[in-house]
Write a protein that binds this ligand. Sequence first.
Ligand SMILES: [Zn+2]
Length: 441
Amino acid sequence: MSQAQFDSLIFARWMITVETDGEILENHAIALKDGRIAAILPAAEARQLVADEVIELDRHVLMPGLINLHGHSAMTLLRGLADDKALMDWLNNHIWPAEGRHVRDEFVFDGSLIAMAEMLRGGTTTINDMYFYHGAVARAGLSSGMRTFVGCSILEFPTNYGVNADDYIAKGMAERREFLGEERITFTLAPHAPYTVSDDTFRKVVTLAEQEDMLIHCHIHETADEVAGSIEQHHQRPLARLQQLGMLSPRLVAAHMVHLNDEEIELAARHGVSIAHNPTSNMKLASGIAPVQKLLTAGVNVGVGTDGAASNNKLDMLSETRMSALLAKVGTLDPTAVPAATAIRMATLNGAKALGIDDQVGSIKVGKQADLIAVDLAAIETAPTFDPVSHIVYAAGREQVTHTWVAGECLLKDRVLTRLNLADLLAKGEDWRGRILAKGE
Ligand SMILES: [Zn+2]
């Protein structure tokens, strides 16, 4: 038995705690015990402590792991299959047919693992996913070690996975029961969008979420067409309809929320709705620019997501953090909108808050789970360093992420994945490419 006081001691040149915007601790260390942050102290004092493992990050920033608040992991297998299309053309004529031909349990497991390998290499420690074959997503989460929120997609129309909304709900809830004891796996209810889900189903989802204490994850106000379609079909905008159905609450993680008027921003704030902002997906599908600075000013909790690899096409949360800062500026013609420290908080603590785990992760604080990443700033691309917060948002690339820990377990060590085998995953990707091409698109 080890006599060490701590499991690990991590010394870092800089630490971005996210406890206070822009706070940077220089030459500090953190001590880990049983997967949690047990102490944060100046390096000189930490040298007196005893730990099983000592990690020296003398050129690095240590910061909370990035939280990808909206994604469809398995869609890595459809990456680059259809680009430069409008959302409904992209969905109806490309993505949904391809999913119909290929999406089964094995596809989802392999695609999700490839996504998780990419995300862990880029410093993402938590994914809020939404897809089908939830058992496969959860098993991929357990294999990779990522904190995984498994969104049970609910639609009115049939896919390979289900025949109607009740069937999707029943299957999702049955799969959830198998993973209830897993600390890193959480199931959520994911009605796809206002234009694919009926009033009746939304009401059922709200009731079930309250009964089972589950989050709700839904695409909302993504495009101007969605809003116009709702006015035509329901004689009201999607958010007003969802409010009447009881959907607006702190349980809701609303993905996109691009097209919002001032009343809707106030509505989201009043009901404690969290938003997953997906800047690159919104740019690529030409959905528009979400009013992020207005939302933040109104007190709405806004996190950051990548969306799926078919509409981004990178699951790169550092890049997404940068885009969040840049798009807010060009959208308002105000260079002070979403400053760097705010963008980092959105990609970490705000994501944790949206998922109801901000007491556990999202910042560097004693007692929290050690979901952490290290970014090496000694690269020429980030030389010299005046302000690590600036570099993380505006200059560093995901290639500079050297370490990723989830609950104190090092899943990426000196750029090497500790649980997943990259060569195996590359072979699986190649195998799927062959299968998808063989069946046409
Ligand atoms: Zn999405």
